[in-house]
Design a protein. Sequence first.
Length: 164
Amino acid sequence: MKNWLSRITLAIIILSGGFHIPSHAQQLGVQNVTADTALAICSYVRTNDSRALKQKLQYERKRLRDIYSSIRCNNLSLIQFALQHNAHDVGRFLAISATPDSIIEAGDIEWAKSKNLLDTPTGSLLRERMTCVRQSRAYGAEESCSQLFRSSDSRTQNTPSYLR
C-alpha cells in the first residue's frame, strides 16, 4: 500500500512539473540522479530535514556538490527552495556544500536578493561565503575560504547540535 501510494505521488509530481532534472546533466559532467532521489531530496529540503538529506546522499553515494545543479524543486535551485520554505538547517548545509560556481550558475544570490531573503540565516551565510570566495579568488586562496565555512562553529548558533 505504501509503495503504491508513493508511486502515485511521484507520478502526480512529475506530471505537474513539481521538479525538474535537466537532461543535459550528464553532458555537464554531473552525476546522474534518478527521479526518486530528486523527489526525496526536494522533500527533505522542504521539511528542513538535513539529517535525512545527508543520509540519502550517503545511501546513494552522491556528493551534493556533484548533483546540485542537476536537481530543481518547483523550478527552483535547492538553495532557493530552502530559502522559500525557511529551511535554514538544510539551507546552511546546501550553502556550504554546493560549489561556488554552481551557486553562481543557479543565480541563488540574485534570486535571494530579489525576494529580500539575504537577511535570513541561510541568506546571510550564502552572502558571506560568496563574498569570501570572490575575495579569495582575487588572491588565489579559495580553499582557505571553503575550510573557513566548513569548520566554523560561530555560524552554527541556530543549528541543532547534531548537525554541527
